[in-house]
Ligand binder design. Structure first.
Ligand code: NAD
Length: 269
């Protein structure tokens, strides 16, 4: 029964940010569950490497260098999906990046760039996928948000946080509008998941890692593969009554009050 419940055979999934990190892990997990994939990343060489890995599993995959912050490019991407796959069952809006600077000095152009990438880009892809899913009678969309969707991070995250807050509301509004049409829209809110950018920031200031860990009761940073189970769950019929959810993937971070603590040197203090 479990096999059928999570089976994605015959389904077509579109995943952005598929060259590395959580986008690549999500794409591989969906392919392992049987889906064919359109892999999107402005790093085409990286997307091609993911495509080759998926082709090795016997699944069909195509790669696109679409820049998701460009609505024209996103529309062209979906026209290509129409031609090459003729359907879309799942959209994973994973691609994204932050420009970090203090709120009192950040350039408005940087605020706008982050908004274009995370908000306009995710919304335009939701709109294109949603139109097609509504016409077909169903589908599932997952937007990657962040702890910054519902809490403040400080450390120069103002533009990123404002955008990720909008991703949370985008998810709730779309789930409300589209649930009756069979289209589910959920968000995953990760805590710190190791990626090259995070590794550079920790290398530049090593105490940052302990700062992160002090907020994660599970005692470790995230790994991109941590998204695999949620990705398959949310893409499959196993989650057919789950929509509008903002799901933490955070080792317990959001559950813990700022004054709470993990054990200190093995003891409760
Ligand atoms: N890593 C974390 O700690 C963390 C935590 C919370 C949320 N997030 C969010 O999760 C998502 C994935 O994070 P990750 O750590 O896997 O990222 P990553 O930096 O490892 O990979 C991001 C990928 O997105 C691609 N990309 C960025 N902007 C793009 C654009 N405009 N068009 C097309 N491709 C683009 C990049 O080329 C890259 O391959 C991002 O949206 C990020 O903001 C990450």
């Amino acid at each position: 029964m479990a096999t059928t419940l999570f089976d994605l055979s015959g389904k077509v999934a579109v995943v952005s940010g598929a060259a590395q990190g959580m986008g690549r892990a999500m794409a591989l997990a969906l392919a392992e569950a049987g889906a064919d994939l359109m892999l999107v990343d402005r790093n085409l060489a990286g997307a091609e490497a993911t495509r080759a890995a998926i082709a090795g599993m016997g699944r069909r995959a195509e790669a696109s260098d679409c820049d998701v912050s460009s609505p024209e490019a996103v529309r062209a991407l979906f026209a290509r999906i129409d031609g090459e796959f003729g359907r879309i069952d799942f959209l994973g809006n994973v691609a994204g990046e932050a420009v970090m600077a203090p709120p009192e000095t950040i350039a408005l152009a940087d605020v706008e760039q982050v908004w274009r990438n995370l908000v306009l880009g995710r919304f335009c892809a939701c709109q294109e996928a949603g139109r097609r899913m509504l016409a077909a009678g169903g589908g599932s969309i997952v937007n990657i948000g962040s702890l910054a969707s519902i809490t403040a991070l400080g450390r120069g995250h103002i533009a990123y946080s404002m955008a990720m807050g909008a991703v949370a509301q985008m998810t709730r509004e779309l789930s409300t509008e589209w649930a009756a049409g069979g289209v589910r829209v959920n968000a995953i809110l990760p805590a710190q998941v190791l990626n090259p950018g995070l590794e550079q920031r920790i290398a530049a200031w090593p105490p940052l890692e302990q700062q992160f860990l002090s907020g994660i009761p599970a005692g470790r940073l995230g790994h991109p593969d941590d998204i695999k189970g949620l990705a398959v769950l949310l893409a499959s019929d196993a989650s057919r009554w789950i929509t509008g959810a903002l799901i933490p993937m955070d080792g317990g971070n959001l559950a813990m009050n700022a004054g709470g603590s993990v054990r200190h040197e093995g003891k409760r203090v």
